[in-house]
Design a protein around this ligand. Structure first.
Ligand code: HEM
Length: 214
């Protein structure tokens, strides 16, 4: 769970940085999308490096989901069925942390979003705002529609929550949570990564919606 999660966060940081090229104009953004496809040539065939990256991503997503299901089922069996642990810290008496809630349901929201997002921007099967051959136009056409921006905003916020707890949890699994000071640093680091990703991903859609990029 931890290692695949960190691989996916690495991808998200790179993807967010790449998306910000939208502010450098259509040529820069489309050149960047094109560059991803010819990366590694002539050593690798066209889109060879991209497919290696995609294979790593697909394996990471599947392993991450498998591990999530496995952990959920172990926790479920350990407490003897659907009954949840009693906790006097909550009003309902049920131990349900904000993290366990947002990670599971948030994970599902992210999965559904990624399918929608691939149909929209990678496979060019759905075209809110009008079909376009180039990635720049596809992005700009889509984000002129407030409901598309809203859908992306919900997904990116789900990513933010997921990453906030995920960074903390992954680094704890890998042995970084050893003292109060280490825990404080983990918390700051987790908020920083989640904050940078959330703001960085939301800048292009809102800049387009409000007409700063067209
Ligand atoms: C507002 C935020 C986002 C924008 C503007 C955006 C934009 C794009 C664009 C333009 C592409 C197509 C690249 C190309 O074909 O050249 C793409 C692909 C992709 N995006 Fe996003 N994205 C955003 C958020 C996300 C998030 C939050 C995730 C994951 C949780 C994500 C995951 C992916 C994946 C997996 C691909 C496919 C990469 C590939 O195999 O080619 N994106 N995105």
């Amino acid at each position: 769970m931890a290692v695949t999660g960190l691989i996916l966060i690495g991808y998200l940081l790179a993807h967010m940085y790449g998306n910000l090229k939208i502010f450098a104009g259509p040529e820069a953004f489309n050149a960047y999308a094109h560059h991803l496809r010819v990366l590694g040539e002539p050593l690798l065939p066209r889109t060879g490096a991209l497919w290696i990256l995609r294979a790593v991503l697909i394996v990471s997503v599947l392993a991450h989901m498998y591990a999530a299901f496995n952990l959920w089922s172990r926790a479920h069996n350990a407490r003897g069925g659907t009954r949840r642990y009693y906790s006097n810290k909550t009003r309902t008496g049920v131990q349900r942390t904000y993290a366990s809630y947002t990670l599971r349901w948030g994970g599902l929201v992210i999965l559904l979003f990624v399918i929608y997002h691939l149909l929209h921007l990678t496979w060019n099967i759905i075209h809110p705002g009008g079909a376009a051959a180039e990635p720049y136009e596809r992005v700009v056409n889509g984000f002129q529609i407030w409901s598309v921006v809203l859908a992306y905003t919900i997904a990116v916020i789900a990513v933010g929550f997921h990453v906030r707890h995920g960074v903390w949890s992954a680094l704890t699994t890998l042995g970084a949570n050893t003292s109060t000071l280490a825990r404080q640093r983990l918390n700051i680091g987790a908020y920083a990564v989640a904050g940078v990703l959330t703001v960085g991903f939301l800048l292009p859609p809102f800049a387009i919606l409000f007409g700063f990029v067209d």
